[in-house]
Design a protein around this ligand. Structure first.
Ligand code: IFM
Length: 448
């Protein structure tokens, strides 16, 4: 339990007019009602023994499918401008499945909350596979269906959530669905998702969308020391987790040495890159923490609940002297300022306005002062990036509700709202009240 001095007291600086405040969730993590949709790769994965730490599944999760009205009321009471949720592709593929999103979007509009759907947040329909190029085209077809149905009420769209994590955790290390351990042979999964992103942008534009972005996860990479071997390893990690997913979208090129590893001829990869680099209206960043990286140590490493194999050309090191969340992630707010100003330097005019599409932390308890301290620190760090000249247009907390945290099951609680997973009762935490007050304060007319 934190002490009272963990409670922020300084007034929060004011964000620019029109700044979008919101919260995020994803379909597989909250919806439940698994019997009312087709299976996804996550259903198959969680059915296997030992894949999810508490042995749970997302079959019921928060039962948001049936309780969405209560959840929209929580959003309205919180006072957010926008709600980022994801659309479940397997649900849309099921008869009548898309009707749920129709109802949800209507409810949000009636409550004065802008719907911001993400079109893919890892729950790929069973039978599809991002190792296959064709999945990118199939994704764009599904996106067209959703855009035609919801486009009269949805303005802001997100194509993909964190293709880096889906590639790394799901296909390289095998700790997420679909559970493959391909290491560097997983790279086609990155390319096909990026191609799917570009095709989805085109599909959304064809349906009239004028406000399209992506939610990519990024964080600064800090070398373990000045030793050239540590620096080289850190640069490589930065390339894999940051540049491999941002460069193609923002510059139309892969970082040096990466394009050659992608599937198909050089001509085909170049043609794909022209699609991947379709201009965006804004660029979404999910930020949690920086990573300290050094030269390989020839041994397995435990990192954030994941075992990294010894053969990787880098090793992840501890960031010392920082508080840790319950997940063991270091709390480093200034990493967000560093990340965004670094992006501004790296991409210059090619970087469209930025939206923080996820930021949050896992802590137990209703009196979650650690979460308040975390969010307060990160919102201030974001403001420093704005002062430094980065065009930031929005901030979404991960997450509205405690939910199914993938391979961690229900053991990690990221919500502003506590969910009792036996009764499904929702209880706002102290951080919910803090965020509500922050939003009210930001909207109050400046004095003088
Ligand atoms: O819960 C996840 C989310 O699905 C994607 N971004 C990170 C969150 C916390 O791990």
């Amino acid at each position: 339990m934190a002490t009272d001095d963990a409670m922020p007291t300084k007034p929060m600086p004011r964000f620019p007019d029109g700044f979008l405040w919101g919260v995020s969730t994803s379909a597989h993590q909250i919806e439940g009602a698994a019997e009312l949709r087709g299976p996804s790769v996550w259903d198959a994965f969680t059915a296997g023994p030992g894949r999810v730490k508490d042995g749970s599944t997302a079959a019921v999760a928060c039962d948001h499918y049936h309780r969405y009205r209560e959840d929209v009321a929580l959003l309205a009471d919180l006072g957010v401008d926008a709600y980022r949720f994801s659309v479940s592709w397997p649900r849309v593929d099921s008869p009548g499945g898309i009707d749920f999103y129709d109802r949800l979007v209507d409810e949000l509009c009636a409550a004065g909350v802008r719907p911001v759907p993400t079109l893919f947040h890892w729950d790929l329909p069973a039978g599809l596979d991002w190792l296959e190029r064709d999945t990118a085209a199939r994704f764009a077809e599904y996106v067209s269906v959703v855009a035609r149905r919801l486009g009269d009420r949805v303005g802001k769209w997100i194509t993909l959530n964190e293709p880096a994590e889906h590639t790394l955790l799901g296909h390289a290390l095998g700790v997420h669905a679909p559970g493959r351990k391909l290491l560097f042979d997983a790279l086609p999964v990155a390319h096909h998702q990026l191609l799917g992103h570009g095709l989805a942008v085109r599909a959304l534009r064809a349906a009239g969308a004028a406000d399209v972005g992506i939610a990519n996860s990024h964080g600064p990479t800090w070398p373990a020391s000045d030793d050239p071997a540590d620096r080289e390893a850190a640069e490589f990690y930065d390339l894999l987790l940051n540049r491999m997913f941002a460069d193609p979208i923002l510059t139309g090129r892969y970082p040096e040495g990466i394009g050659e590893l992608m599937p198909g001829s050089a001509e085909r990869v170049d043609a794909d890159l022209r699609i991947i680099a379709e201009p965006l209206d804004w660029y979404g960043v999910n930020y949690y923490a920086p990573t300290r990286v050094g030269a390989p140590r020839g041994a397995e490493i435990e990192f954030g609940g994941v075992t990294l194999p010894a053969e990787l050309p880098f090793s992840v090191r501890e960031i010392e002297g920082r508080p840790l969340t319950d997940f063991g992630w270091p709390v480093v707010p200034e990493g967000l300022t560093e990340l965004l100003t670094g992006f501004g330097d790296r991409y210059g005019d090619r970087l469209p306005p930025v939206v923080i599409t996820e930021n949050g932390c896992s802590y137990e308890g209703l009196d979650d002062r650690e979460r308040i301290a975390y969010l307060d620190g990160h919102v201030r760090a974001l403001h420093r990036a704005v002062e430094a000249g980065v065009d930031v247009r929005g901030y979404f907390v991960w997450s509205l509700l405690d939910n199914f945290e993938w391979a961690e099951g229900y053991a990690r609680r990221f919500g502003l709202v506590h969910v009792d997973f036996t009764t499904l009762e929702r209880t706002p935490k102290a951080s919910y009240g803090w965020f509500r007050d922050l939003l009210a304060e930001q909207r109050r007319a400046p004095v003088g």
